[in-house]
Structure formats: C-alpha cells, structure tokens
Ligand binder design. Sequence first.
Ligand code: ZN
Length: 167
Amino acid sequence: MVIGNNKVVTINYTLTGADGSVLDTSEGDEPLAYLHGTGSLVSGVEAALEGKAANDHVSLTVEPAQGYGVRDEDLVFALPRTQFSNVSDLAVGMQFELQTEDDVHLATVVGLGDADVTVDANHPLAGQTLHFEIDVVSVREATAEELEHGHAHDHGHAHGHEHKHEH
Ligand code: ZN
C-alpha cells in the first residue's frame, strides 16, 4: 500500500536545522502516526511522502515556504507589561501561548521594556531551511472514525501537542 490521502502513515523521523543540530526526532519515542493529506505535517514533507510505502526512506530538505513558513515581522509586536503581571520571572526567551482571532500561536518573549514586552509569534522554526530523514514504518487505510476526526488514532506524538477530541 502506498501513501496517499486517507491513509494513516507511521514514520520515524529526525529533523535537523541548517547547522546540523537535531531539532526534533522520534528516536527513543514511539513513531509518529498521522493522517495523510490533512496538513498535519508541513506541506513539503507530505508531498515527499506521497506514493512511498513501508520501509521506504525519504531524505529531504524543506525550504521555509514548504516548512514552517517564512518569518513575518508583523508578528513581532509589543504588549503592555500589565498583561504579564501574573508571570513572576519574565525573561527573554520565555515561551507562552498567545490566543489570536483564529488560532493559538506559540510566542516567544524577545524584549523587555519598562512598560511593554516585545513578543515574536512566528513559529520557532519559521524562516529555517530544515532537513528531514524519514523512515516509513507502516501505511494503512484510515478508519471511518479517523476520517471523521481528521487525525490518526495511533499512539505517537505531534510535536508535543496533546491529542484532543473537540467533539
Ligand atoms: Zn479523534
């Protein structure tokens, strides 16, 4: 069976940055399971896996536009320091979840002023050229329930996010 839409795919992967440092890996953890064609992986990776089968190895470099996006300097902005009054040890580099109109962004504190705090809501990997080494472990048909939910129900983690059932 080959990878295509509505298939649940299990992969082992290692993600490295342009400088060769390991940014994320499934090594030492369970393989990652995802529902293909739903955008759960960055677009460049899903495109490269299309048509592959179990035991195939994929090695690819993904430019920012097909990865976590190009950096958007409009996403670097100041918030009043009063919004952080409940944070006792506010420091540059601290990450927090920022609720916007339609999404939750992971934002990073990049500057501290007397009255305000400068934050960067770009994805931490935005603007980076990324290298993926991927081993396809298994490919199977998605169940009706998985198709309804839009995600795989196998074990595995999706970059630290909890699996949520919002229905
Ligand atoms: Zn579900």
